[in-house]
Design a protein around this ligand. Structure first.
Ligand SMILES: Nc1ncnc2c1ncn2[C@@H]1O[C@H](COP(=O)(O)OP(=O)(O)O)[C@@H](O)[C@H]1O
Ligand SMILES: [Mg+2]
Length: 459
């Protein structure tokens, strides 16, 4: 099994969701802290104002001080909600009224700067403010400290309300983020899928560079892929050149060998030597054919990938091939009958391949037929396909199937003394597939073989 890297889509979705969860929590914390601070500032403002008012309402009277609390002062404090209020007034450092044990401020306030502080008092959490002023009592300046404390339930409730709203908002943001993450992951990754699909749709033989539009991030991948394809093409081209050269280098000395053997045969007198020389000639002929077929096959393999789109006039090609095989047929007193339609039937594809396929079919028909027989080549239009039939009256296929005979280097049991390499039908099958056509080989009821090729008609 291939190890699988974690899915990009999953990673992206998880990251987006974690990010939005983090944002939602941050939003909640920020609103909560902000609300607490804002409501505390409001509370401080009111508390400070009320306490300053109380401090100002202190008047010195004969032998002491007097406080006239106006109702406005307390209604001001009630603005924050239902709170308990505590106060303490010290003159000359001694508590004179209010709760004498109300906690003192951490540092003494000045006349200009009240001090705000928090303290625990009678099981309540208090916000306190201390204001200082001085009062003339018996002609002496006496320091006065006014402390007012207030429970902070109302303030807390306001802050909590705001924070809850923020939490709800955060949750909504988070819930929206999930489908959004899925959607954006899909849109983001779609080009990758499209590219893979485009590459996958190409046939196994398609070695053209990938031209599918890809996002900038995928461009290096496509570039590498194309470089790879180019290297592969180059290797194939080298192989083809190599085989062509090898075939050429084999054919030339074989031709020499053959003509030498033929000369020796003419001069040889005794029968055993002549038989040997005939065997030698046969073997050179076979080798030459094999070299040719190998070259043809290499050409098919290479050119099938090139996807050439020539317009091929099949009628003209069949006529030219029939003429080319006429001398060979004449040697066996055979006739090649051509039956072509009035119209021109064309297919688009690689002319070299189609010619090789047709040549191999006619070659088989002629060589596996007895002397004095006829080979028919016909071309007809068959439902949008051009159908070429090569029919002979030879030995038939000897019960072997087309699939078996079309295998590389596979020769039938019926070949007798006929020379061949077993590559002909391989070339035919591969060409038919590469051209988008079809090939069928069947034994005829009346004896002989019928080979049929279909190529898509081009208009
Ligand atoms: N027209 C035909 N008549 C009889 N047998 C055929 C015919 N064409 C092909 N075959 C059989 O199919 C086999 C494979 O054909 P092919 O690939 O062309 O190889 P080769 O002709 O070199 O033997 C042949 O060896 C032969 O047995
Ligand atoms: Mg053959």
């Amino acid at each position: 099994m291939r190890a699988r890297a974690p899915s990009l889509r999953r990673r992206l979705v998880v990251q987006l969701i974690v990010l939005s969860a983090g944002l939602a929590v941050a939003l909640y914390v920020a609103v909560r802290l902000g609300a607490e601070r804002a409501s505390e500032a409001t509370l401080d403002g009111i508390l400070g104002a009320a306490t300053s008012t109380i401090a100002e309402e202190l008047r010195s009277v004969e032998g002491g001080a007097e406080l006239d609390l106006s109702p406005g002062t307390f209604s001001m404090l009630a603005a924050m909600g239902e709170e308990r209020i505590f106060h303490r007034i010290d003159i000359n450092g001694l508590p004179v009224t209010g709760y004498a044990d109300l906690p003192l401020p951490p540092q003494a306030p000045t006349a200009l700067q009240p001090v705000f502080y928090d303290a625990e008092y009678r099981d309540a959490d208090l916000r306190l403010v201390a204001v200082a002023r001085s009062l003339m009592i018996e002609n002496r300046a006496a320091p006065v400290l006014v402390i007012v404390g207030q429970t902070r339930e109302g303030q807390r409730a306001i802050a909590l309300g705001l924070a809850n709203r923020a939490a709800a908002l955060g949750l909504v943001v988070f819930l929206f983020a999930i489908p959004f993450s899925l959607l954006s992951a899909r849109t983001l990754l779609r080009p990758i899928g499209r590219l893979a699909e485009a590459v996958g749709r190409r046939g196994g033989h398609d070695l053209r560079p990938v031209r599918h539009p890809a996002p900038a991030e995928l461009a290096p991948l496509v570039e590498q892929l194309n470089a790879f394809i180019a290297r592969l093409r180059q290797t194939l081209a080298q192989t083809e050149t190599f085989i062509a050269e090898a075939a050429h280098h084999i054919r030339t000395p074989l031709a020499t060998l053959r003509s030498e053997a033929e000369m020796a045969l003419r001069q040889a007198g005794d029968e055993p030597t002549r038989a040997r020389l005939r065997g030698m000639i046969r073997a050179t002929e076979e080798s030459a054919r094999s070299a040719n077929q190998l070259l043809d096959h290499a050409t098919v393999l290479f050119r099938a990938d090139q996807k050439a789109q020539d317009r091929v006039d099949l009628g003209a090609m069949a006529r030219a091939l029939a003429e080319r095989f006429q001398p060979t047929a004449d040697l066996k007193d055979m006739e090649i009958c051509l039956s072509l339609p009035e119209e021109t039937l064309e297919t688009s594809g690689d002319a070299v391949l189609i010619e090789a396929a047709l040549r191999n079919l006619i070659d088989n028909a002629v060589k596996y037929s007895p002397a004095d027989s006829t080979v028919d080549i016909s071309l007809v239009d068959d439902l949008g396909y051009a159908r070429i039939e090569v029919t002979d009256r030879g030995r038939g296929l000897g019960g072997e199937t087309q699939a078996a005979l079309a295998q590389r280097f596979r020769r039938g049991a019926n070949v007798g003394g006929v020379v061949g390499s077993g590559l002909g039908l391989t070339i035919v099958s591969e060409t038919a597939t590469a051209m988008g056509g079809r090939f069928a080989l069947a034994e005829r009821e009346e004896g002989g073989t019928c080979a049929t090729l279909w190529f898509p008609r081009s208009r």
